[in-house]
Design a protein around this ligand. Structure first.
Ligand code: GFB
Length: 322
């Protein structure tokens, strides 16, 4: 990408989009096209077409999506399938029609079959049934990556697709009803420590295993692939390691200085038993993750304390940051 190229980051106010913007700016790209949801509703096809026709972006990072944790996925299946299908369909089609030179689509590790052998290779896509709690989101993301492949085959469109593992970092959603596990536990343990509560409830059995990638690492991988990769095959992006939810809870208790008990609510779902990506395709291209989980959690907690937490609720001298 030339430094003056017009780069549209769709979803720039979300955790992933804002990390991609930070990475692009750090790399000297200045001509960024950004639109808030109020300025451009990506579910409206005619508005999306008008934007691409008038602004003619050269490159597109498609990081706009309806996302959420296990509970949000189960509660709002229609929102997850409709919004994601609409956004990605409109953006990919308009990008192909209006001369975009390359588009990067962000999928998710939940596109793979629930019982995939571990670590999960890209070729396991569609080899078995999906995890029930997030199948609506997964089907939308599978449609997106296949649309990118179809447009490459039929129109020679340069679209590529990345499959990130579970992401976390600054800008994450800390709302307990809709968030993913890592920000949820940061908030729960922080609040319990601040209020001196003796017990924190973690959903499920604590046994599922997840892989967590710091969002700035994902953003670096996305910009790297936009510049270095141009093929139909999807590419996994992960940290290369996973941990159990119980181990994650211990780590977050330590970070936030929480010393009470941890209890498990087994009436809440575990979801996929294990989700560790095989990242050898990406590492063979020359990229590897850099932020350890401990460091990433520390940075995320710092961000939470400075941004997400209203000043009156901040603890003085709070939480050991390891
Ligand atoms: O992060 P999470 O919501 O999503 O949950 P998934 C991961 C695991 O953490 C599950 C457990 O076993 C949860 O039961 N967990 C424990 C909690 N306590 C909590 C809590 O307080 N909040 C939350 N949210 N979880 C999502 C998909 O699956 O992963 C999305 O639903 C997407 O579609 C995303 O693919 C990457 O890892 O299970």
């Amino acid at each position: 990408m030339e430094k003056e190229a017009r780069i549209y980051v769709a979803g720039h106010r979300g955790m992933v989009g804002s990390a991609i913007v930070r990475q692009l700016r750090q790399n000297g790209f200045t001509n960024l096209l950004l639109r808030t949801r109020e300025e451009l509703d990506l579910t409206r096809q005619t508005d999306v077409e008008a934007f691409f026709r008038d602004r003619r972006p050269d490159y597109v990072f498609l990081a706009a999506a309806r996302v959420g944790g296990i509970h949000a996925n189960r509660t709002y299946p229609a929102d997850f399938i409709y919004n994601n299908l609409a956004i990605q369909t409109n953006v990919i089609d308009a990008a192909s029609r209006y001369g975009v030179r390359k588009l990067l689509f962000l999928g998710s590790s939940c596109i793979y079959p629930r019982e995939s052998p571990q670590p999960i290779k890209e070729e396991y896509l569609l080899a078995g049934p999906l995890e029930e709690t997030n199948q609506w989101y997964a089907v939308a993301k599978i449609a997106g990556l296949m649309m990118v492949q179809a447009y490459r085959r039929q129109y020679g469109f340069h679209g590529i697709s990345l499959m990130p593992t579970n992401l976390y970092g600054p800008g994450d959603n800390f709302d307990l009803a809709t968030s993913h596990v890592l920000p949820a536990l940061l908030r729960k343990f922080h609040d319990a420590a601040a209020e001196g509560r003796p017990e924190v409830t973690v959903w499920g059995s604590g046994r599922p295993r997840r892989e967590f990638l710091y969002v700035d690492d994902l953003a670096e991988a996305a910009v790297f692939l936009m510049e270095e990769y141009d093929a139909e095959e999807i590419v996994n992006v992960g940290a290369g390691k996973d941990i159990s939810i119980a181990e994650l809870a211990e780590l977050i208790a330590e970070t936030t200085g929480y010393q009470g008990r941890i209890v498990y609510d087994t009436s809440m779902p575990d979801g996929t038993p294990r989700k560790l990506l095989d990242i050898s395709r990406l590492t063979a291209l020359g990229w590897k993750p850099r932020t350890s989980l401990r460091e990433g959690i520390r940075k995320t907690y710092e961000w939470f304390l400075s941004e997400a937490e209203p000043p009156e609720r901040r603890r003085s001298g709070a939480g050991s940051l390891f």
